[in-house]
Design a protein around this ligand. Structure first.
Ligand code: SIN
Length: 310
């Protein structure tokens, strides 16, 4: 039985965590320091996911790392982060946060994941872990998310070494059958999934004739990928009874409703913050309530999965 419950108009309980609304900060945007994460919560987010953190620090790629195409962003940051031990200082400041804090992590090996799981088990500020096996352009990570065997094995390793915290696995759309990867994650012990990470892409500088991003390849996010993300959420929830966080191009209440109708339990918001600022959380919440009232729905649960009932 899928582990989620909608109590009121917008509040939602997923994996026994209470989210005051289904609008969650996606990994990668403003998620690297405690003050910024607190600002996102004050701006009305129902939950937050941190930037992906590894066992060791990483500088990431040199500039340029992001290109705004108007219909979406192509980013190629290269997973810059201070490493888990340093990031614990930020997490210490986030104890008592009013909404669930989801720690996004990645690992280059199962040994690294084992060590990380043991450390994270002791972190009180962390409500759940989102395992990033889907960054499309960092070698050693992008390959994991494309292999059902590796996904299952990585998730199982984390499960065996992480006590008392749910595991969410963030999936890549850059595969021919996302459902088989989702199934592998669940078989490995994933409690929930996030669909999707960015779409592998690139931009060419026509003046130089060279790739524009220093990392050559990047990940496309924003409105351009929303139909792909919706299709992925729909395909997964058509087959699996597992909570799925929809992610990819959410900018309006209409987008949220589409994801919930496709079967998502909540959504994650990233690029819209870069495009419209932190006010998106409050604005979308207001629009969402208005939509539910107008259509006579008593909660989001009445909307969830409607697209499957044909
Ligand atoms: C990055 O840091 O380059 C993006 C991370 C991701 O796509 O998962």
């Amino acid at each position: 039985m899928i582990n989620r419950k909608y109590n009121g108009f917008l509040d939602v309980e997923i994996l026994n965590l209470k989210f005051p609304n289904p609008l969650i900060l996606a990994a990668g945007i403003l998620g690297l320091t405690a003050p910024l994460l607190k600002r996102v919560v004050y701006s009305g987010a129902g939950g937050v996911v941190t930037k992906s953190i590894g066992l060791k620090s990483r500088e990431g790629y040199p500039n340029p790392t992001i290109v705004d195409l108007g219909y979406g962003l192509v980013n190629s940051m290269g997973l810059p982060n201070p490493g888990l031990k340093m990031f614990i200082e930020e997490l210490e400041e986030l104890k008592g946060l009013k909404v669930p804090l989801i720690l996004s992590i990645y690992a280059f090996s199962e040994e690294e994941l084992m060590t990380m799981g043991k450390i994270i088990s002791k972190l009180k500020a962390v409500s759940a872990v989102e395992l990033n096996v889907s960054c499309p352009h960092v070698g050693g990570i992008s390959e994991i998310g494309k292999s059902p065997e590796l996904v299952k094995s990585y998730v199982k390793t984390l499960k065996d070494n992480l006590s008392n915290k749910p595991i969410i696995v963030k999936l890549t759309p850059n595969v021919s059958d996302i459902t088989s990867i989702a199934m592998a994650a669940v078989n490995g012990g994933a409690d929930a999934l996030t669909a999707i990470n960015t779409v592998k892409s690139m931009v060419i500088d026509i003046e130089t004739g060279k790739p524009l991003l220093a990392g050559v390849f990047g990940g496309l996010s924003g409105p351009a990928i929303k139909p792909i993300a919706l299709r992925c959420v729909y395909e997964i929830t058509e087959t699996l009874d597992v909570p799925v966080f929809g992610c990819g191009g959410v900018e309006t209440a209409r987008d949220v409703i589409e994801f919930i109708m496709a079967g998502a339990v909540a959504v994650q918001i990233g690029s819209a913050i870069a495009r419209r600022g932190l006010r998106v959380f409050r604005e979308i919440s207001i629009e969402l309530k208005r939509f539910l009232e107008l259509k006579g729905f008593k909660s989001l649960e009445e909307v969830r999965g409607l697209a499957h009932r044909r």
